[in-house]
Design a protein around this ligand. Structure first.
Ligand SMILES: [Zn+2]
Length: 353
């Protein structure tokens, strides 16, 4: 937990970040101003078991004190604790952009489903220390929290109360993702959320926030520089080398944001004749397929037109069902498979190994 205090127009403003040391998940920042308390992001701890167990702990702040929750984007480490917050009694508004709303609904429902299944398995096989094992939250609790979602536009000032307003500023991380700038009295405080690359080729570059008095910045990769390489060229070489050897190309990736970026790259490589046009591309991730559908409704958050988005999605074969996965594996011809899981540590991609 990190805590700072400042004096703004003679009034005390406090910021407390409820994050665990040495981790990048579970993002929750509480901004205490003279007139209201605002929670920025409400993320789930993810990763090793000791971290995930923290999701069961008291969040460390008084839920009844919170007047508003402002969400930067839809990734689980920023939104995944919302149903638990609502189950703990939070009844206020939950602000977010339109794409974030749709993606968050998708991600939270999926999260509840996984947790309900895990609890069911633990009870069936008796491997939990808790009797009965319970999910962190249920699908019903997710549905209840969705009623508190309020969509806001980016790039407009929104008044939250006396002497406090906010502005969502697109951050180029995933569709709908924004930094949030708060104006408290005459001071500006910027919460970056996750920030995308300036040249993603797929999403619009992050917009600059206003000159700010305080900046709270996510810095997952803050201690290293990304290599200045062409991702398209690397992908092209890897694909062509593998195809020459008669192999399959497996691309494990996160379902929201990264999967669509990869699909776009493959689409362009085929269009430019840099990889064979006839090699089939399978998207074997129901979550990525659903996220892509949502993306089609918000092309303005990407560098693509609606027509290009549709053409890009038509270039892949979407597989939703497990039987389909077996069929793809049995097909001996070379292919490209995009499947769930970021680090080959779980999800459908493991079926192909
Ligand atoms: Zn993120």
């Amino acid at each position: 937990m990190n805590h700072v205090e400042a004096s703004v127009a003679g009034q005390r403003v406090e910021l407390t970040s409820y994050v665990a040391a040495e981790t990048v998940t579970g993002s929750k920042h509480l901004l205490h101003t003279p007139n209201m308390d605002i929670l920025i992001d409400c993320g789930l701890f993810q990763g090793i078991k000791s971290l995930r167990r923290k999701n069961w702990d008291d969040p460390g702040f008084d839920v009844d004190r919170i007047d508003a929750l402002c969400l930067t984007h839809a990734h689980l480490d920023h939104c995944g604790y919302i149903p638990r917050l609502v189950a703990s009694g939070y009844r206020g508004k939950i602000f977010m952009t339109a794409p974030t709303r749709e993606l968050t609904e998708l991600i939270l429902r999926d999260s509840a489903k996984i947790q309900e299944e895990d609890a069911w398995k633990a009870n069936r096989h008796g491997y939990s220390r808790h009797h009965p094992a319970r999910p962190l939250y249920t699908l019903a609790e997710v549905e209840r929290s969705l009623h508190q979602f309020v969509v806001v536009d980016a790039d407009v000032d929104i008044s939250l109360g006396e002497q406090i307003s906010m502005r969502y500023i697109p951050s180029g991380h995933i569709p709908g993702a924004c930094s949030i700038s708060f104006t408290v009295y005459d001071r500006k405080m910027l919460f970056s959320g996750d920030i995308g690359r300036t040249q993603s080729g797929f999403l619009e570059a992050p917009e600059h926030g206003p000159l700010s008095d305080f900046v709270v910045m996510e810095s997952t990769y803050g201690d290293r520089l990304h290599e200045q390489i062409s991702a398209e060229s690397e992908l092209q070489d890897a694909i062509n080398t593998t195809l020459d050897q008669g192999g399959n190309i497996m691309i494990p990736c996160f379902a929201v944001g990264r999967a669509q970026e990869i699909i776009r790259m493959l689409f362009l490589l085929k269009a430019d004749g840099r990889i064979p046009g006839e090699v089939p591309v399978y998207l074997d991730s129901p979550m990525a397929a659903a996220a892509s559908e949502i993306l089609l409704r918000f092309p303005e958050w990407t560098t693509l037109s609606e027509g290009e988005c549709r053409a890009m999605m038509k270039s892949v074969v979407i597989n939703e069902r497990h039987e389909g996965t077996i069929g793809i594996i049995r097909n001996r011809k070379s292919k490209i498979i995009i499947a769930g899981s970021g680090m080959l540590s779980g999800g459908r991609i493991l079926e192909y190994l």
